[in-house]
Design a protein around this ligand. Structure first.
Ligand SMILES: [Zn+2]
Length: 250
């Protein structure tokens, strides 16, 4: 169906696609849940994931729990949207964030990825081709668990961050200490050991120590630290976990 649709001219395809979206969103119309990224309310968030999580995804922009938590954090705890323009590097850009960041930051917003052609520049985060202190803000989510030399990537982020800048480098975190074994290279073995075929480790609570080792000052914030219970319900974060590590140079 999607192949057939791609053969249609734009003036037919776009309205058809818009109508399909509308019909899919209709059962979610209502109040009670709020997505701060696309600024829309819904009756509920939809289920998402291989290990299906109820009430996880915004039906309008596709945001998940971690995205809505991050947006809340950015709004309440950072200067990203202040009047002073911030030069922001967004690695492996999530589509739910891009329009909102672009609208707020304009030409100060740069997206980068090693493989995704949608990003504005191609970037290997272990060898960032930008001068020292290029960015006020760096945001990179769920990438470091794919990178063999993650300490080198962290050092590169530190190098290109301005002295008074800050970075948020999100990774999935388990309760156990970080587990990695570079000798495991087979995708099925990686799936067995690290939970995904292209992951090279599972980070644990010591993740912040690794960030500190390369020179970051790190402040950790959980959902419960930042958001009260009724707001957690409204944002669809009641069963969500996760920690945001706010990293600065000093
Ligand atoms: Zn949304």
């Amino acid at each position: 169906m999607s192949t057939a649709r791609s053969l249609l001219p734009d003036w037919v395809r776009k309205p058809v696609s818009g109508l399909t979206q509308f019909v899919k969103q209709l059962p979610y119309a209502g109040e009670g849940r709020y997505c701060p990224i696309c600024n829309k309310t819904s009756r509920k968030f939809r289920a998402y994931g291989i290990n299906r999580r109820e009430g996880a995804q915004c039906v309008f922009c596709g945001s998940l729990e971690r995205h809505r938590f991050l947006w809340h954090f950015l709004t309440k705890k950072t200067d990203l949207f202040s009047d002073t323009p911030k030069r922001m590097l967004h690695v492996a850009p999530e589509s739910c964030f891009e329009p909102a960041f672009r609208e707020k930051l304009g030409d100060q917003y740069l997206t980068a990825d090693l493989y995704n052609s949608r990003a504005m520049v191609k970037m290997d985060i272990t060898n960032i081709e930008y001068p020292d202190e290029s960015f006020d803000v760096i945001y990179c989510s769920h990438v470091l668990e794919h990178v063999l030399d993650d300490r080198l990537a962290m050092s590169e982020f530190l190098r290109v961050l301005k002295k008074d800048g800050w970075a948020i480098l999100l990774v999935p975190i388990d309760k156990r200490p970080t587990y990695e074994d570079p000798s495991i290279v087979d995708p099925l073995e990686r799936l067995k050991h690290f939970g995904k075929e292209d992951h090279v480790r599972i980070y644990g609570a010591d993740y912040a120590d690794r960030l500190r080792e390369v020179g970051f000052h790190v402040e950790a914030t959980t959902i419960a630290d930042l958001i009260d219970e009724s707001e957690r319900t409204r944002l669809g974060l009641v069963t969500a976990g996760g920690v945001i590590h706010y990293c600065t140079r000093t």
